[in-house]
Write a new protein. Sequence first.
Length: 130
Amino acid sequence: MSLIDTARAARDNAYARYSKFRVGAALRTSSGAVFAGCNVENAAYPEGTCAEAGAIAAMVLAGERDIAELVVIADSVAPVPPCGGCRQKIAEFAKPDVTVTMLGCEGAQVHMSVADLLPGAFRAGHLGGG
Ligand code: THU
């Protein structure tokens, strides 16, 4: 299955009871493994989690840490960009030149690098005290 189809299938399982805005994400690591996630909302709204966060958690659980490619798809015609928090989560595990593909539900695609999604990202190196 392609990464796009994997993201689409993840979106089908989204728990978007409150926003009705289903999101699916799929990523491929440098080893070739694929992980997917969907948004999981909660009656306590801030406790909901994004699709990207789910895919990243699955990747880390499996012992992988290097995102090579990531796809996000929602229900909207316009491709949906990752939220600010997800940009930071993606930047933790993806090099600046990694491509994030945003898909619209009717096929529109936008491609952006991690560096363009989060310029000046706060990274592990900033914790060095230097
Ligand atoms: N959402 C994601 O899953 N990923 C994003 O990057 C943007 C927003 C979800 C969170 C919430 O469940 C719904 O979309 C509406 O904000």
